[in-house]
Design a protein around this ligand. Structure first.
Ligand code: SF4
Length: 254
């Protein structure tokens, strides 16, 4: 990990957040989440957040930076991300003085995918899509997690039918480390309430109707009333729409 923190960055304690207009329900949610983050920082070092620069990841980035800076942050650059996502990554560096570790796919894995399926072959079948996700996300994630005791995600239960049973903590048997989902119980409006209250930068794609952040060719805006994840791999069955990052054999441990 190469993350650094800038000691000049202003730290705002959540307990004083009432002056910022944090209502009690959000304040409790924040305190509950901070409890999890502090436990991770104390008991599971080294640990790191896997950030896709979604709204949820920005809540965790802000909390980590201001309260538990020993938790690292990394991102998987698939090579197919939106320009808005890169802009936010740069903004995080400038706002927080923090270098998010970027993990890229192995060039030969991407070359092999393109050779077999074509550069946009992921539209042709679930197998091809999963092969692309494996080369660009799953294999890089394995490298990113090497040496960690735990990793964190910004996943929430209400995001998708595949996430309704999402626990706060689970054992990621596939990677042999603990996995935490500190925002599992957060509602979407609480995420945005947090970002507005603490003036946290967010991905400009949300202003274009996106409600989930992923690769450019596989993510699109959703209509009002549509499922949050409807814009991801919209051509596939909702029951199967995960990229493989979160489907490794896992057992609940807390
Ligand atoms: S989301 Fe799409 S472009 Fe990104 S890794 Fe998966 S299939 Fe490839």
């Amino acid at each position: 990990m190469t993350e650094t923190t800038d000691p000049t960055v202003h730290i705002t304690p959540v307990r004083g957040a009432g002056r910022r207009g944090v209502d009690s329900a959000l304040g409790e949610r924040i305190e509950e989440t901070l409890g999890v983050l502090r436990r991770i920082e104390a008991e599971y070092a080294p640990a790191a957040l896997a950030s896709s620069f979604s709204a949820e990841d920005m809540v965790l980035t802000d909390l980590i930076q201001r309260h538990t800076p020993d938790i690292g942050i990394f991102t998987l650059d698939t090579g197919r991300l939106n320009e808005e996502t890169y802009a936010l990554q740069q903004q995080v560096r400038e706002r927080y003085g923090r270098r998010v570790r970027t993990v890229f796919p192995e060039p030969e894995d991407v070359e092999a995918f393109i050779e077999r399926y074509g550069v946009n072959g992921f539209y042709d079948s679930i197998a091809a899509r999963q092969a692309c996700c494996h080369a660009r996300k799953v294999a890089p994630l394995e490298r990113a997690l090497t040496g960690l005791s735990a990793w964190l995600t910004g996943m929430r239960r209400e995001q998708a039918v595949t996430r309704q049973e999402l626990p706060f903590q689970e054992h990621d048997a596939g990677h042999g480390i603990e996995k935490f989902n500190p925002l599992a119980a957060w509602r979407e409006e609480e995420v945005w309430q947090y970002l507005r209250t603490f003036d946290v930068p967010y991905n400009a794609l949300y202003d274009q109707g996106y409600r989930s952040i992923g690769c450019a060719p596989c993510t699109r805006p959703v209509a009002v009333g549509e499922d949050i994840r409807a814009g991801r791999w919209w051509w596939e069955d909702p029951e199967r729409k995960e990229c493989g990052l979160h489907t490794a054999r896992q057992r609940r441990s807390g």
